[in-house]
Design a protein around this ligand. Structure first.
Ligand code: IPE
Ligand code: IPE
Ligand code: MG
Length: 225
């Protein structure tokens, strides 16, 4: 049977969800942020060890300032609110992406959340923020070069933001687009890919359960026979 250690989700479709209801786009982000708790808890109850959630890409800074500012404030508020959920559910919080672009206040909040949850032994929730695969790969190569270490397929992950995290088993993208948008390109080399039309704020446990059931039916060959 396939092992499902690591699920990675591209949480797309918040803006369209809001527009469809006649709301401004940021209302979709607010609603979408509420789905994260339910999905994280569900993953932890079915034995998934790592759940990576794409929340803000290196390209998302191109959006209108008002939307970017809203997302930064939402992230801060959300982390403050979620800390209890992490602690109650034995969830460890981590991030991938370059945090140096965020405000000092937000960086502090992120650091505090990581420290408060570092001894949790259940699921690890990995939030991808200011994350882009190309940026991560270039930063990794620079790190290795500085340390004069020759890179190989085996040691490359040690220099990536995902150094403690196993490769992705299953990538899910909500919102109907069939692309990876610069998400975990190295780590998803052999992942199963699942693209669904449901917009992120409408995603739920039962749809995730169906996707996981299908994952277990697939024959993963990794190049073998
Ligand atoms: C994904 O939803 C969340 C972020 C990128 C922050 P979008 O905001 O991309 O929603 P759509 O794709 O415009 O509907
Ligand atoms: C991908 O969604 C990034 C996140 C979900 C955070 P986008 O909406 O930014 O991707 P594109 O622009 O449709 O490729
Ligand atoms: Mg989108």
């Amino acid at each position: 049977m396939n092992k499902l250690n690591h699920i990675a989700i591209i949480m797309d479709g918040n803006g369209r969800w809001a527009t469809k209801q006649g709301l401004i786009r940021v209302k979709g982000h607010e609603e979408g942020s509420k789905r994260v708790r339910e999905i994280t808890k569900y993953c932890s109850t079915v034995g998934v060890k790592f759940l990576t959630l794409y929340a803000f890409s290196t390209e998302n800074w191109k959006r209108p300032k008002m939307e970017v500012d809203f997302l930064m404030r939402l992230l801060d508020r959300w982390l403050e609110k979620e800390l209890d959920t992490f602690l109650e559910n034995n969830i460890r919080f981590k991030t991938i992406g370059d945090l140096s672009k965020f405000s000092k206040k937000l960086q502090k909040r992120i650091q505090k959340t990581k420290e408060a949850t570092q001894n949790a032994t259940g699921l690890t929730q990995v939030l991808a923020i200011n994350y882009g695969s190309k940026d991560e790969i270039i930063r990794a190569i620079k790190k290795a070069t500085e340390q004069k270490i020759e890179l190989s397929e085996d040691n490359f992950n040690n220099f990536l933001d995902t150094y403690e995290i196993p490769d992705v088993d299953l990538v899910i993208r909500t919102g109907g687009e069939k692309r990876l948008s610069n998400f975990l390109l190295w780590q998803s080399a052999y992942a199963e890919l699942c693209f669904i039309d449901t917009l992120w704020p409408d995603f739920n446990e039962s749809e995730l359960k169906n996707i996981i059931d299908d994952f277990y039916k697939v024959q993963r060959r990794f190049g073998g026979v």
